[in-house]
Design a protein around this ligand. Structure first.
Ligand code: SF4
Ligand code: SF4
Length: 164
C-alpha cells in the first residue's frame, strides 16, 4: 500500500501511465503523484495546457497525453519530485528517462550511473545524456538517463558513483 510503504503499487502506476500507443509516439510526461495534497505548481508550469486545472487544489493532476510534448518544464516545478518524462524511442536499444535531481554532485553528461527503482534498489546501469541545471530549474536539475528500454517503467532515480 502506498500509504504504508511510500511506494506505489502496480495498480497505482497503471492509472498514471501513458498508453503504449502514446509512449510509442515520443516523449511524454508521467506524473507519479498519488495523494491528495494542496499543491498545483505542475499545472501552472505547463505552457501547453497539458496538465488539468485542479478544481480543488487537493485534486490529483491529470495529464492530457495528446497535448503533452514531453518538454520537461514541469519536472523542476514539482516540489514532490513526482514528474518524469519518458522517451521510449531514444534509440534502438535504449529509452530515456528525464528525472528531477537535487543531490550534489550533479552527474555529468556521458557519465555512467547506477539506475535505481522507486524503492532505491539497483536496476541496471544508466548513461547520463542530458543535464539541465540552469536558473530556470531553480536547483532541481533535470537529468536525462538512457537505460535499456525494458527498464523504462522501473528506473526512477540514480546513484552517482563519483565523489568530489
Ligand atoms: S512535459 Fe511539458 S508539455 Fe508535458 S505536461 Fe510537462 S510541461 Fe506540459
Ligand atoms: S506539483 Fe508535483 S506534488 Fe504538486 S500536485 Fe503537481 S505533481 Fe503533485
Amino acid at each position: 500500500m502506498l500509504e504504508s510503504t511510500g511506494v506505489p503499487t502496480v495498480e497505482d502506476l497503471k492509472a498514471r501511465m501513458p498508453s503504449k500507443e502514446r509512449l510509442a509516439r515520443g516523449p511524454v510526461a508521467m506524473i507519479e503523484c498519488f495523494q491528495r495534497i494542496p499543491c498545483d505548481p505542475c499545472y501552472h508550469s505547463c505552457k501547453r495546457g497539458a496538465i488539468s486545472k485542479l478544481i480543488d487544489i487537493n485534486d490529483i493532476p491529470q495529464v492530457d497525453y495528446e497535448k503533452c510534448n514531453g518538454c520537461g518544464l514541469c519536472i523542476s516545478n514539482c516540489p514532490g519530485l513526482a514528474i518524469f518524462v519518458l522517451d521510449q524511442n531514444y534509440d534502438e536499444k535504449y529509452g530515456l528517462i528525464k528525472m528531477p535531481y537535487e543531490l550534489l554532485p550533479r552527474p555529468e553528461i556521458g557519465e555512467e550511473v547506477v539506475a535505481l527503482n522507486r524503492e532505491g534498489q539497483e536496476v541496471c546501469k544508466g548513461k547520463v545524456v542530458e543535464v539541465r541545471d540552469g536558473k530556470i530549474q531553480d536547483k532541481t536539475a533535470i537529468i536525462g538517463v538512457a537505460v535499456p528500454k525494458k527498464f523504462l517503467m522501473e528506473v526512477r532515480n540514480i546513484k552517482v558513483g563519483r565523489s568530489k
